[in-house]
Design a binder for this molecule. Structure first.
Ligand SMILES: Nc1nc2c(c(=O)[nH]1)N[C@H]1C(S)=C(S)[C@@H](COP(=O)(O)OP(=O)(O)OC[C@H]3O[C@@H](n4cnc5c(=O)[nH]c(N)nc54)[C@H](O)[C@@H]3O)O[C@H]1N2
Ligand SMILES: Nc1nc2c(c(=O)[nH]1)N[C@H]1C(S)=C(S)[C@@H](COP(=O)(O)OP(=O)(O)OC[C@H]3O[C@@H](n4cnc5c(=O)[nH]c(N)nc54)[C@H](O)[C@@H]3O)O[C@H]1N2
Ligand SMILES: [Mo]
Length: 754
């Protein structure tokens, strides 16, 4: 409904020659061409390694190159020939490095040796592994376990993650926040209540059989490009794809398959979305309510909704209908920013299709009402029995390559989700039973000084979380920070009084233990478990694997126990898998055998069989509390914009590959603010002008990001967009999804200062 729009900034399909060029250039930039090219042939193959980029499904029968531009970038980034050595740290103090950008820091290449911060010199200096473990262990023993946090970024393997959560629990805490707390936790909270599973139900076979796809708030061309192949196949079968996104993202508009010679040579492209609805930021609950209203008001409603399914399988239908009928078209149009006719068009396609998949991402989960937004999608699917039948289902696109799997093997602050009883029996201890800290609660604990130590298994916590300014200050009061990482980032520079930086092997690298190469395992977005074997020469001979580092710390911290054999586990990862299988038999029985099957094995998902593991044994319709996106500001002040923070085409989370965003026409800077031209006139700002964004909440804290360059963009009025993590200082810590604590990074209320 945006009346005054600029043409799309860039008019090229996702993939195509732009993608081929970007791939060659990143391999050259990292001087990784030979090793990189060889590695790419093994990426996402059953006998190779699982990509370190996104978690999209890996087919059993792969293409000759089962990788995408961004997966190749991530591989090249890890296989770079650049090194961040002790000599580098001898040349630069930590205070000096704090002035460097994210791009400059990681661009130094792979960390090579374990390091300890030397307070007198303000430098990281080399330390022997053994001494590092002993000192970390001694310090942890002095601390109250409830004041120590064990964070995981979603890349660590099932094996490393399992050992890590076991270490935390043997030590005495459930403080196991992970990156999913900032990501799909809204899914993990929403779906168990509606369909009784915390993950998606659709898999690749469903993509082959579906006859309609809905897309909400996920940028496939950049963040899960391999999915474009499945979408392209679906489009060839004339499957309609109906997209809801405030921005016209290139990958959702058109795609040229870089692996298809014909498409590359002829320059042809596949249209991806058949309907494109530029919903207002945070307007999805209203939009889906509109679709449901159209369906439930249809003259042939008895045919449109699947009454047999609803009667047999669901609860809450009458209340849901009453809610939907109670919402006027006027409020639906106002809150969604979409016309009734547009929503009726979407409803029409939905009603025609017998098998529908709904795909979604951060555009839904990172809102104050992110949980309700996800539930609204499951309501839509339940209306026509689109859960638990072939070709249909819900498809949350997970982020990090093993983020879903980590939760499966016990990385969670919620004790009820971890196999505590089985671990108690097997390892003969009393696990902590009280709830641990999630990411937002960890930040609160750092601010109120109740958290005293932070261990990070990967990631860039301080850059990824909200409330940057206050947290960076408070962080320095931590007694101990330990970061296990492959490359230098800001979270290593903002550190505690005692600080360690421990370098580890990446997943692409050969991991030798007791003279034998070890493979690890990951779970993809569709619930399939895959083996992953690294092959590249390690970046440095001093690197240890993540399981070895976790075990090293654990042995130095915990009393010895005959039931817990860290040395055996690290010596042979098959023995870790045997532990996982023993503790979580329903999912992982015969783990070591079953993972050999090409395509991997899938975890059981009751909802796929139309068995509902909800308290009432039914699939539940759950109506939202309101269509208004921000519970704090039911009436929007006209000078307040809703800012969404996004990823560019050239970054992986806080890892920035370059300052360009090919798909959005941005070059040489990430400090931009996309605005609708009508809003630019209203605020009296012109193209290229520098403005300061100020968070528009009245809680006594001043939050600003200065120096943002205004760019006119095809975005609904009242909405703005900027990049993550540059805009994170604008997000108040309390501005998170109700129920899931996911920071509401997609709807930050801001004002502009000229
Ligand atoms: N190359 C690459 N791949 C990645 C990542 C990366 O950084 N780079 N990150 C990984 C991780 S951890 C994750 S979680 C995923 C993230 O992948 P996505 O879920 O795609 O996340 P974002 O890039 O944040 O983009 C969200 C999309 O939602 C849209 N959006 C924003 N607000 C709204 C809204 O209110 N409604 C709707 N309908 N849409 C909205 C935005 O325009 C954007 O297209 O990707 C993973 N894969
Ligand atoms: N404003 C805003 N904030 C957001 C988001 C947003 O959309 N907007 N998205 C959120 C989301 S979805 C996520 S998932 C989080 C991401 O938060 P994190 O997962 O914490 O951050 P990353 O940027 O993925 O972490 C990058 C670092 O991981 C380390 N690393 C890379 N590979 C490995 C490895 O194999 N092992 C180890 N040990 N370390 C490794 C490197 O040192 C690298 O610097 O950010 C969240 N924050
Ligand atoms: Mo994520």
């Amino acid at each position: 409904m945006t009346k005054d729009v600029v043409e799309d900034r860039v008019d090229m399909p996702a993939g195509g020659w732009g993608s081929a060029k970007a791939t060659v250039s990143i391999l050259a930039q990292e001087h990784a061409t030979v090793a990189g090219t060889k590695a790419i042939m093994r990426q996402n193959k059953h006998d190779g390694f699982m990509c370190v980029s996104c978690s999209w499904a890996k087919p059993a029968h792969s293409h000759s190159i089962e990788a995408c531009e961004n997966g190749i970038k991530a591989t090249a980034w890890e296989l770079t020939s650049k090194r961040t050595t002790p000599e580098f740290f001898a040349r630069h103090t930590v205070s000096e490095l704090l002035e460097w950008s994210d791009l400059q820091l990681e661009d130094q290449g792979r960390l090579t040796e374990p390091l300890k911060w030397d307070a007198a010199a303000d430098r990281y200096v080399p330390v022997a592994w053994h001494d590092a473990f002993l000192d970390i262990g001694a310090r942890l023993k002095q601390l109250e376990p409830k004041s120590v946090v064990f964070y995981t970024s979603g890349r660590a393997s099932l094996e490393a993650s399992y050992l890590y959560q076991l270490f935390a629990r043997l030590y005495g805490t459930n403080n196991l926040p992970d990156s999913s707390n900032m990501c799909h936790e809204s899914t993990s909270v929403a779906l168990p209540k509606t369909i009784g599973v915390g993950v998606g139900t659709a898999d690749l076979s469903d993509f082959e059989q579906t006859d309609c796809i809905f897309f909400f708030g996920q940028n496939v061309g950049t963040n899960s490009p391999r999915m474009l192949h499945h979408l392209q196949d679906a489009r060839k079968r004339a499957v309609p794809i109906i997209t809801f996104n405030p921005l016209r993202e290139r990958g959702l508009v058109a795609f040229t398959n870089p692996l298809s010679v014909a498409q590359m040579v002829t320059g042809s492209e596949t249209q991806i979305s058949t309907q494109y609805h530029q919903v207002k930021v945070g307007g999805d609950i209203a939009a889906v309510t509109g679709i449901c209203k159209a369906l439930l008001s249809a003259a042939d409603v008895a045919r449109v909704v699947d009454m047999d399914f609803i009667t047999e399988h669901t609860a809450g239908f009458d209340e849901f209908c009453a809610y939907v009928h109670g919402q006027s078209w006027e409020i639906i149009e106002k809150e969604s920013g979409l016309a009734r006719s547009a929503l009726e068009m979407a409803a029409h396609e939905y009603a025609k299709a017998r098998r529908v998949i709904v795909i979604y991402g951060m555009g839904l989960t990172q809102h104050r009402r992110g949980v309700e937004a996800v539930q609204m999608l499951s309501n839509l699917l339940l209306l026509r029995g689109n859960i638990g039948k072939p070709g249909a289902g819900i498809c949350p696109v997970r982020g990090h390559s093993n983020v879903q799997g980590q939760r499966t093997v016990g990385i969670t602050e919620k004790p009820e989700l971890a196999p505590l009883d089985a671990m108690a029996e097997r390892y003969r201890f009393s696990p902590p039973r009280e709830k641990g800290l999630n990411t937002v609660e960890t930040c609160r604990g750092v601010l109120d000084r109740s958290v005293h130590a932070f261990i990070g298994l990967g990631g860039n916590f301080i850059r990824a979380v909200p409330e940057t300014a206050l947290l960076e200050d408070a962080w320095q009061h931590l007694d101990l920070t330990v970061q296990i990482a492959t490359k230098l980032n800001r979270s290593h520079l903002v550190h505690g009084k005692t600080a360690y930086l421990l370098p580890c092997l990446g997943r692409t690298e050969l991991d030798m233990q007791r003279g034998r190469p070890q493979s690890v395992s990951t779970e993809d977005s569709t619930g399939f478990m895959h083996p992953s074997l690294g092959m590249a020469e390690p970046a440095s001979r001093f690197l240890l694997s993540e399981p070895a580092i976790v075990a090293g710390m654990a042995k130095a911290t915990l009393p010895a126990s005959p039931a817990v054999d860290w040395d055996k586990w690290v010596g042979d990862y098959a023995s870790i898998r045997a532990e996982i299988a023993a503790v979580l038999p329903e999912i992982f029985h015969d783990f070591n055998q079953r993972r050999r099957v090409p395509g991997g094995f899938r975890r059981p998902l009751a909802a796929v069989q139309r068995k509902w593991k909800t308290p009432n044994g039914k699939a539940n319709f759950i109506a939202p509390q309101s269509l208004v996106e921000d519970p704090d500001a039911p009436e929007r002040s006209p000078d307040v914009l809703r800012l969404m923070t996004l990823r560019s085409d050239d970054q992986f989370n806080t890892t920035i590959y370059s300052l360009d965003d090919r798909f959005r026409g941005v070059k040489g800077t990430r400090r931009v603010l996309f605005l609708n031209p009508a809003d630019m006139r209203r605020f009296g700002v012109h193209e290229g002008q520098r403005v300061t964004a100020v968070t528009a909440v009245a809680d006594g804290v001043s939050r600003t990001v200065p120096g943002l360059r205004v760019m006119s963009y095809n975005i609904p009025e009242g909405c703005a967009a900027g990049y993550y993590p540059e805009c994170n200082p604008l997000i108040p810590l309390w501005h998170h999804a109700q129920g899931s604590f996911v920071p509401a990074a997609k709807s930050i209320p801001i004002r502009l200062l000229k």
